[in-house]
Write a protein that binds this ligand. Structure first.
Ligand code: FES
Length: 129
């Protein structure tokens, strides 16, 4: 799949979707989203310093997020590759996913994403939990 590079807000004909992001420091905000974008990309576009060291290839486990409650039921189940990488994260639980493996759909408008401290680049103490 070809990776997109433009910001969702620049796409005039895309639905006006939103994520609901909870940061490790308790901060929350609702960045724009659009169908077909990976959650990891949307977090980066919105300025979240997520590590995502492999760029979305599902090999680094540094885009760890938690998806609360009923939102999990709307997501496709993790692939074997994603499950294998989640197993390498000591703090992972049943709510854990890799943000690079989550692709936005219209059904996911408002998706709640809890960015995990282990996946944040510590460039200041504002993002630390
Ligand atoms: S960015 Fe590397 S596993 Fe998601």
């Amino acid at each position: 799949m070809q990776q997109r590079v433009s910001h969702p807000a620049d796409e005039a004909d895309t639905p006006d979707l939103r994520l609901r992001v909870l940061l490790p420091n308790g901060g929350q905000f609702e960045p724009p989203a659009a169908v077909g974008y990976r959650v990891m990309e949307l977090l980066r576009f919105s300025g979240v310093p997520i590590k995502a060291e492999c760029g979305g290839a599902c090999v680094c486990s540094t885009c760890h997020v938690r998806i609360p409650g009923a939102w999990r039921d709307l997501l496709p189940p993790p692939s074997d590759e994603e499950l294998a990488k989640l197993d390498e994260i000591p703090t992972a639980d049943e709510s854990s996913r890799l943000a690079c493996q989550l692709v936005m759909t219209e059904e996911l408008d408002g998706l709640e994403v809890e960015v995990q401290p282990d996946s944040i680049i510590l460039q200041s103490n504002c993002m630390a939990g």
